[in-house]
Write a protein of this length. Structure first.
Length: 170
């Protein structure tokens, strides 16, 4: 595909390799801590299935609450390997950062860890207003408390990171 594209481009516009600078581990950690949303891609055919998701970063672990029904759970049951993308850009798009994380989603089975994370996540939702704010939804109608109170079955999953890379424009 790239070769076919290169063959059609006039010589004066030849593609030259340009690599953005790598982010340090500290820079990647800071970006992941500051953002609220990520894009998570599940393995599907013929294309990846990608969703915007709110995530929670505690310590050095990324947690997700998923409803236990729907396409994402079907795909997750078939293959727990995912790619997570977290980014930031200024208004002019002259400065931006992007982190790509590849890993495996695993259930949080330990009751103590699950309780600790659920309490921390509900506090984070109240403190940041999370996705509710981004979607302009009434505070009392969405979020973890709403889902739990509505008897919507939830699964707490964490990302077992296999690879993490980051690039920046600056």
């Amino acid at each position: 595909m790239v070769l076919a594209l290169q063959e059609r481009i006039p010589r004066e516009y030849e593609l030259k390799r340009f690599d953005l600078p790598d982010m340090s581990h500290r820079e990647m950690d800071e970006l992941v801590k500051k953002q609220l949303l990520c894009r998570i891609s599940f393995n599907d055919q013929p294309y990846p299935y990608t969703l915007p998701m709110e995530y929670y970063y505690f310590g050095d672990v990324i947690y997700f609450h998923f409803t236990t029904t729907g396409k994402k759970m079907e795909l997750l049951n078939n293959d727990p390997n995912v790619t997570v993308e977290i980014d930031w850009a200024n208004e002019m798009l002259t400065d931006y950062k992007s982190v790509i994380i590849k890993g495996k989603l695993v259930p949080v089975d330990n009751a103590d860890e699950r309780n600790t994370i659920n309490l921390a996540m509900s506090g984070a939702v109240r403190d940041k207003a999370g996705i509710k704010s981004l979607l302009s939804l009434p505070i009392g109608k969405k979020g973890i408390d709403y889902l739990s109170a509505s008897n919507i079955p939830l699964a707490l999953l964490k990302l077992d990171v296999k690879e993490m890379t980051g690039k920046k424009a600056q």
